[in-house]
Design a protein around this ligand. Structure first.
Ligand code: FAD
Length: 411
């Protein structure tokens, strides 16, 4: 691709969104520097579901084979009743109907494996420079470019043609540009982690032997389970609403509350609970959708643009879609600010719809009493090959610059 030496782009944040965006921008011919605050690139947390819209994006970025190397392609996605243990509904993720509808696989991966695949691809790209230990504190733009300031006194300011802010849920740049306050806490909290499959015994070993994604839905709680890393690890995420939410405090959503909320669940869920990671609790946040992602030479991407509750498992998937759309816009428009505007306009409605539907789907998962009964009745009659309700989420966004070439990954 043609290079634009004067149009260096700075990416703030080296998470999944930032690295994918850096890769997409470099593939579009732009020199890119990524600034990550941590001393080393990396991901914390456990598993990640990648719906076909995400594997489509990874394919476009040229990293799908590396991700597939360790990822699991689950054969089904099952919603179970956490109280009775009965199956509510299932979707067949490998059948003919799936393949007719979606071009790319449904995958589950360890976050580290995905992040490493992106990082390796970044290392291999001559247009990309990676910097760790750089905390961006300020970004000032004028007609010539954007000047970044850093918290570390030994790092001098950096001027770029334009900036992609992929600095996550608590984005400093979003605060500076949009100023919409703190993220919204849902009062739900997650405990999560992986265990070696080989160490799972009893009924749990049967679960681990299947490549299903299991979602156990119950009153104001749920448990998600799936295998990772060629089936060597088993991922579990227990989520519940706390009755003791207190703003600016860590004293709510405790392990004792976790035990209490899951006390009436079926034996399969209760057997799994002691094996759920407890070393850290993750309060769950989102924000209301944003109308404008791009402000002149600075644009937002990933959680910085559209943090969402994880109930549709789409946060990272949407960040990957962002990256591909942004890369295509950069390949299509020489002027970076024009490309950023085209990208934001193309992405914001879809991301907003997924943000708000993630909230609704969480409410459906967490119904109790009559609500849960009606949910189970409604979903119970569904054909495992009927993707009509979810296809819009799992189908990648339509592209802003349909005429633009696909991004070209090196062979
Ligand atoms: P982040 O991962 O937050 O990365 C931001 C990066 O910016 C970090 O590396 C940070 O250190 C850096 N940074 C921040 N500030 C600065 C600064 N000032 N200067 C320099 N660097 C900075 N999504 C899915 O698609 N599928 C799932 O199954 C799924 N499950 C989830 C389960 C849970 C429990 C949760 C909480 C989330 C889940 N998500 C899922 C959502 C997904 O994890 C996020 O949407 C995704 O990781 C966001 O990536 P990001 O790169 O935008 O932000």
């Amino acid at each position: 691709p043609t290079t634009h030496p004067a149009q260096r782009i700075a990416v703030i944040g080296g998470g999944i969104g930032g690295l994918a965006a850096a890769l997409a921008a470099a593939r579009a011919g732009r020199p890119v520097t990524v600034f990550e605050q941590a001393a080393q690139f990396g991901e914390i947390g456990a598993g990640l579901q990648l719906a076909p819209n995400a594997s489509h994006a990874l394919d476009e970025l040229g990293v799908l084979p590396a991700v597939r190397h360790s990822a699991v392609a689950p054969h089904r996605l099952a919603m179970m009743d956490a109280l009775t243990g009965n199956e509510i509904a299932t979707l067949d993720l490998r059948g003919e109907a799936y393949r007719a509808r979606f071009t790319h696989p449904y995958l589950v991966t360890h976050r580290t494996d995905l992040h490493t695949a992106l990082l390796n691809a970044c290392h291999d790209d001559d247009l990309l420079t990676l910097r760790t230990g750089y905390t961006v504190t300020d970004a000032q733009q004028d007609t010539n470019g954007v000047t970044l300031a850093f918290a570390e006194p030994d790092h001098s300011a950096f001027t770029a043609d334009a900036v992609i802010a992929a600095d996550g849920l608590h984005s400093r740049l979003r605060q500076a540009l949009v100023g919409d306050g703190d993220p919204i806490c849902s009062r739900y909290v997650a405990y999560r982690g992986t265990i070696p499959t080989a160490r799972m015994t009893g009924p749990m070993s049967k679960l681990a032997a299947t490549s299903a994604v299991m979602v156990w839905a119950g009153p104001r709680m749920h448990l998600v389970q799936y295998p990772l890393r060629r089936g060597e690890l088993y991922n579990q995420v227990a989520v519940f609403e706390s009755d003791h939410y207190t703003p600016d405090s860590d004293d709510w959503g405790t392990e004792a509350e976790l035990e209490h909320r899951f006390a009436d669940t079926c034996s399969t869920v209760r057997d799994a609970l002691p094996l759920v990671g407890r070393d850290r609790r993750w309060p769950l946040y989102d924000r209301d959708p944003l109308v404008t992602w791009t402000h002149g030479r600075i644009t937002l991407l990933g959680d910085a643009a559209h943090p969402m509750l994880q109930y549709l498992a789409q946060g990272a998937c949407q960040a990957l879609e962002d990256a591909v759309t942004l890369g295509r816009a950069l390949a299509h428009h020489d002027d970076t600010a024009t490309a950023f505007t085209a990208y934001g306009n193309a992405r914001r409605d879809r991301a907003a719809r997924i943000q708000t539907n993630a909230r609704s789907f969480g409410e459906i998962c967490h119904l109790e009493g009559m609500g849960a009964t009606l949910r189970n009745l409604h979903l119970g009659g569904r054909d495992p090959h009927d993707f009509d309700d979810i296809a819009w989420v799992w189908t990648p966004t339509s592209e802003p610059a349909a005429a633009a070439p696909r991004l070209h990954a090196p062979a």
